[in-house]
Design a protein around this ligand. Structure first.
Ligand code: BG6
Ligand code: MG
Length: 220
């Protein structure tokens, strides 16, 4: 791969907000008497708030009026934001910031590609908003992952061809989106039997840096 830009997913990659999503969905599901567990939660990674709740409803085999759906989404988001407001730069894994700095030094452009409408708030809380050349979030797209829209928008605003981008993702829906957009990708802390053997994996940001640096060297 000839990498010129890295597009990072947010929840579950740049930060651990995936756990907060789980806790907030669990709380509203409990309130409404809906079944919800960590296995089902895996299916919500990368997909929009509404689609997430639709997945929970399908799993429970029930339909709810639009009014209740809105109530559930709003309440979940309110609880979720309570967690977000408690976040600070100390919640960033220690290798995230130095890795972003190093990637910039290597001449790469950096973007965030997230389905979340709370992306800006999270990046602000972590103090890393200014480290990205482009930020595309859930409020800027019509189709959430696995649709490639979010990543294609990021590649466009960086003015880098999709083939020059590497997407870093913890969600299968995000990997599908990267593939559909014609981009390279790294599966981050994601080990799913449905992924092909040759897929690149990383468990921390040090490993992301190694993979990206190696690909730049190979291309030279
Ligand atoms: C994605 C998460 O980043 O954002 C999903 O992986 C979440 O779990 C989606 O549903 C939408 O987030 P928000 O903050 O707009 O509710
Ligand atoms: Mg994610």
């Amino acid at each position: 791969m000839m990498v010129k830009a890295c597009i990072f997913d947010l929840d579950g990659v740049l930060c651990h907000t995936d756990e907060f999503h789980y806790l907030a969905w669990k709380r509203i599901s409990d309130e409404l008497g809906l079944g919800f567990d960590r296995t089902l939660n895996e299916q919500l990674r990368g997909v929009s708030r509404r689609e997430s709740f639709e997945i929970i409803l399908r799993y429970n085999g029930i339909r709810l009026p639009e009014e209740t759906i809105r109530y559930a989404m709003d309440k979940k988001n309110m609880w979720y934001r309570e967690y977000l407001l408690r976040m600070s730069p100390s919640d960033l894994d220690s290798d995230v910031r130095p890795t972003l700095v190093r990637l910039h030094e290597l001449g790469l452009l950096l973007a965030v590609g997230s389905s979340s409408r709370n992306a800006r708030l999270i990046l602000d809380r972590l103090g890393i908003t200014g480290m990205f050349d482009a930020i595309v979030d859930g409020a800027m797209i019509s189709n959430s992952k696995p649709d490639p829209e979010v990543f294609l928008k990021a590649s466009k605003s960086l003015a880098v061809q999709p083939s020059g981008c590497v997407v870093i993702e913890d969600a299968l829906s995000g990997i599908e989106a990267a593939k559909a957009g014609g981009m390279n990708f790294i599966a981050y802390r994601l080990h799913d039997p449905s992924l092909e053997k040759e897929v690149l994996h990383a468990e921390n940001f040090g490993e992301i840096l190694k993979l990206v640096t190696a690909s730049i060297r190979r291309a030279r």
